[in-house]
Design a protein around this ligand. Structure first.
Ligand code: SF4
Length: 290
């Protein structure tokens, strides 16, 4: 079970059933936004990998040329492998533009943390083909273990202390300030931060959602941690260490409750949080909107 799937369950258990149990591929062919999002994630992954390989993990002027090349090559690779239609080729062009715009912004940002991991998988087997190491799952207690992939983990090391910041890229516009995490049932950023701390070691410093489309970053960052100035609403996103820990604990509890709900077969529709207008493909299952 992954944080993104648990988040779908928290949104609406019936939608989760449709997406994850009944067979999403047959009912919901990959659309243009999903294809574009996948391409953006891959392009940003390659750009940051280059920054780690050729620099210290930051997108700085010294690595810009190599990072731009990495984005162009990543998009070309996807184009060669899977852009078979005009719509797909247009989506790829858009993905390349968004990725290059993000790169320029990242280079100009006041962001002192260094990326140490991209597409960091946990709860996975070793894969000799890709060189991926086996990694433990995130342990939530009582036998509840999660697997998943963190888009990016950054570190700040100072005074012998290591603090971790996670960034969860979104290719759409919607991102969430920490004050909305509970009411909007968001889990991913705080759960990914918990996974980073548990598996890599360090103190929690930030869990952030980042809209590549809008070039905005929101979430939670500990007051005084360098990098807060890169956030778009520092007043609402800056929290104390205790407040960040409380946000992580809340997400952990909600993730555990979701797993328990799935185990107990609680599969009701949730019209109060219905995303029909936002793209739920399973209204035929619940008939809520008819
Ligand atoms: S249409 Fe709304 S209530 Fe029905 S399954 Fe989708 S999200 Fe749930």
């Amino acid at each position: 079970m992954s944080p993104s799937r648990l988040e779908a369950y928290c949104d609406c258990p019936l939608k989760w059933l449709g997406q994850n149990v009944l067979g999403p591929k047959e009912m919901e062919p990959e659309g243009e936004p999903t294809f574009r999002g996948t391409a953006v994630h891959f392009a940003l992954q390659r750009a940051v990998e280059v920054a780690i390989e050729e620099g210290d993990g930051r997108i700085e002027p010294a690595v810009m040329e190599a990072a731009k090349k990495a984005i162009t090559e990543a998009i070309a690779k996807i184009g060669k492998e899977s852009a078979n239609t005009l719509a797909a080729r247009v989506a790829l062009q858009r993905a390349e533009t968004l990725s290059l715009q993000w790169l320029d912004l990242e280079c100009s940002r006041d962001w002192p943390a260094k990326a140490i991991e991209v597409e960091f998988e946990f709860g996975c087997e070793a894969d000799p083909e890709t060189g991926r190491e086996a990694r433990d799952p995130l342990d939530l207690g009582d036998g509840i273990k999660l697997r998943g992939t963190v888009d990016r983990i950054d570190v700040i090391e100072a005074d012998g202390e290591r603090t971790l910041l996670v960034r969860d890229y979104k290719s759409g516009k919607t991102i969430w300030a920490q004050e909305k995490w509970e009411s909007e049932r968001r889990l991913q950023a705080p759960i990914y931060l918990l996974a980073a701390i548990q598996l890599l070691g360090g103190k929690p410093a930030a869990a952030l959602y980042e809209s590549v489309k809008d070039r905005k970053m929101r979430g939670a960052i500990v007051e005084g941690v360098p990098g807060a100035s890169a956030l778009n609403d520092r007043g609402k996103d800056a929290v104390s260490e205790d407040e960040l820990q409380a946000l992580i604990d809340s997400a952990r509890k909600r993730a555990r409750d979701a797993v328990m709900g799935i185990r107990d077969g609680l599969l009701h529709s949730d019209p109060a949080h219905c995303s029909y207008d936002g793209g739920c493909s399973y209204e035929w299952l619940c008939r809520t909107m008819r």
